[in-house]
Design a protein around this ligand. Structure first.
Ligand SMILES: *Cc1c(COP(=O)(O)O)cnc(C)c1O
Length: 363
């Protein structure tokens, strides 16, 4: 067996300890004689897995009691629709457009009401986060939506926008659990698991209870109402049981590392190794404004497509996988989520250094 360093943006690397533990329990989960994949989601064994997962997530993120934690399906992309369907009262929402995902969220919202673009960084190919200290927030906005970490462009909000009292909704798909957050600043946090948490198939939604609504609005499909899932502890129908089980193991792994403060320190150190090299390199550079750089997704370029291509090819040949940038931007991108060991980033930087020495004639 040999494992590569996997820099995929998602589905992405998982902690080896988690994969190993899951492998050991594959055929017989703790004496049940069956795999977690095979068990009833109403069984005692599975209910315990689910409750433990929620409790550990609450612990890690210090989620206040008046927030519900939901494990849903449909990806972050379904939340682009569920958020407006459930939260819109006035039919207005404000969007800070910092990349393709934020844009898609706004577009989808436009099917249900008015989606105002109140700020954007599209003028410079989403390479920065706009100043959000005094934005023209709509008076009747039901909420303000951000994509907190921009997976494709490698930017991250370093401070939350001033929403002037309006509910903040955050797509945290690619930064959830990468650092401590103050959940009470948000109305809704949502994240597809397959970036920084677990396997594809489950979406985490953390929602303040008063936003859930007392009744399911007429005409709304049962499955698209937060109320349905909140009332039934994410067990209205069959949940993505195996994915949740793996997420639960990741939560335990994170607690074992010392919680999110320790994880943040590790991530700062890890990303620092790569960003420091990009600063000193003559061949590679970061296209992102320094103060807005993501700790999770690190795009870099040489400025020459042919050299980028050569780099990606040679990197792949020695076990660095999925370094190709998103098809919409090109270049390279190293996604260095929680599960990427520091050794992976150190090895990548050593390889980049060597590549640079061998290819100085392109500088
Ligand atoms: C990947 C991603 C999405 C889309 O997630 P799906 O789970 O595939 O729907 C949305 N937002 C962000 C920030 C992402 O990184």
């Amino acid at each position: 067996m040999s494992r590569v360093y996997n820099f995929s943006a998602g589905p992405a690397i998982l902690p080896e300890a988690v994969l190993q533990a899951a492998a050991e329990e594959m055929l017989d989960y703790q004496g049940t004689g069956m795999s977690v994949m095979e068990m009833s989601h109403r069984s005692k064994a599975y209910m315990d897995i689910m409750q433990r997962a929620e409790a550990d997530l609450r612990d890690l993120m210090e989620i206040p009691d008046h927030y519900k934690v939901l494990f849903l399906q449909g990806g972050a992309s379904l939340q682009f629709a569920m958020v407006p369907m459930n939260l819109m009262k006035n039919g207005v929402a404000d969007f800070i457009v910092t990349g393709q995902w934020a844009k898609k969220a706004a577009q989808e919202c436009g099917k249900f009401g008015k989606a105002n673009k109140i700020a954007s960084s599209e003028d410079k190919i989403f390479s920065y986060i706009p100043d959000c200290s005094d934005l023209p927030i709509s008076e009747d906005a039901d909420y303000v939506h951000i994509c907190e970490n921009n997976t494709i462009y490698g930017t991250k909000f370093s401070a939350l926008p001033n929403t002037k009292g309006k509910t903040l909704v955050s797509d945290m798909s690619s930064c959830i659990l990468s650092e401590p957050v103050d959940v009470s600043q948000y109305g809704v946090i949502y994240a597809g698991a397959q970036k920084n948490v677990g396997p594809a198939g489950v979406t985490i939604v953390i929602i303040r209870e008063d936003l859930i609504g007392a009744e399911i609005p007429a005409g709304m499909p049962t499955m698209l109402s937060y109320k349905t899932h909140a009332e039934n502890d994410s067990m209205y129908n069959t949940p993505p049981a195996y994915s949740i089980y793996i997420c639960g193991k990741v939560f335990q792994w994170l607690k074992g590392l010392g919680g999110l403060k320790a994880v943040q320190e590790m991530n700062l150190k890890k990303a620092g190794i790569l960003y420091d090299f990009l600063e000193e390199s003559k061949l590679f550079r970061s296209p992102v404004v320094k103060k807005d750089r993501s700790l999770m997704n690190v795009p870099f370029i040489t400025g020459k497509d042919a050299v980028d291509e050569k780099f990606i090819k040679e990197a792949k040949a020695v076990g660095f996988e999925n370094l190709k940038g998103h098809r919409s931007v090109g270049g390279m991108r190293a996604s260095i989520y929680n599960a990427m060991p520091i050794a992976g980033v150190e090895a990548l930087v050593a390889f980049m250094r060597k590549f640079e020495e061998e290819n100085m004639h392109y500088v």
